[in-house]
Design a protein around this ligand. Structure first.
Ligand code: KIV
Length: 263
């Protein structure tokens, strides 16, 4: 998969499948799956590092995750999130952040929001780096948005998001993530664009879907929004394995003879 394949997927109504991934072990599994592309999201701050927002991760943290994912899934298309404020400090620092993530192994970068960033997106694209946009619930703006809540419910917000989606496309984004917006709005935006949309909590009418890997594997204990489908009860399976290991150690059933080195 490369950046040129996205338009034909939209034309052919062939939905794109994206998951987040942050580490080598899981990336190696995703590498063997039918998933199209990987997002090294700044959700790493919450999912991997246990923060209550995406704000605390920086470019170096993201680069560490990108390098690990690239080692595990060298042939997948990897999108790396530009973390909080990394592209709001002027063109120079923004391009340095882009450079770090691309040299770490990303195939593209993702930027939240478009207002005030149109020129920057154009410059990144003109520099040879594909940019994925991200509108709707943009978690880096959680303090401005007053929490993690559905966006685009009022007529004003709908119009603004529709305009911003066109602005993302005009600035050169090859794809657009739509997060937590009403299905009808995501559908209208998807119709209005030539570039692909990838939804999370945005209904069925986008050109693709993305989920956080730990959510779809059922590994997160306290995060169950209605848009997540759990394909595995991962937490229960891991807990069971850990408890059986603990039991075997306490009963001296582990290690067995075949698990020991003689001599
Ligand atoms: O960081 C992330 O995981 C994301 C997805 C929710 C789209 O941006």
């Amino acid at each position: 998969m490369n950046v040129l394949n996205f338009p034909e997927r939209k034309r052919n109504h062939d939905p794109l499948v994206m998951v987040t991934c942050y580490d080598f072990t899981m990336a190696a599994i995703v590498a063997d799956s039918d998933v199209d592309l990987i997002l090294v999201g700044d959700s790493a701050a919450m999912v991997v590092h246990g923060h209550d927002s995406t704000l605390p991760v920086d470019v170096d943290d993201m680069a560490t995750h990108v390098r690990a994912v690239k080692r595990g899934a060298p042939d997948k298309f990897i999108v790396a999130d530009l973390p909080f404020l990394s592209c709001r400090k002027g063109l120079g620092p923004a391009m340095e952040a882009v450079e770090v993530l691309m040299k770490a192994g990303a195939s593209a970068v993702k930027i939240e929001g478009i207002r005030g960033q149109e020129e920057l997106v154009r410059h990144i694209v003109d520099s040879g780096v594909p940019v994925m946009g991200h509108l709707g619930l943009t978690p880096q703006s959680v303090n401005q948005l007053g929490g993690f809540r559905v966006q685009g419910r009022s007529e004003d917000e709908r119009e603004r998001l529709k305009r911003e989606a066109l602005d993302c496309q005009a600035a050169g984004c090859f794809a657009l993530v739509l997060e937590c917006v009403p299905e009808s709005l995501a559908g209208e935006i998807t119709e209005s664009l030539d570039v692909v949309t990838i939804g999370i909590g945005a209904g069925k009418d986008t050109d693709g879907q993305v989920l956080v890997l730990q959510d779809l594997l059922g590994l997160s204990s306290n995060f169950r929004p209605k848009f997540v489908r759990r394909y595995l009860d991962g937490r229960a399976l891991v807990l069971d394995a850990l408890d059986r290991f603990a039991e075997d150690v306490r009963n001296e059933a582990f290690p067995a003879e075949a698990e020991r080195y003689a001599g």
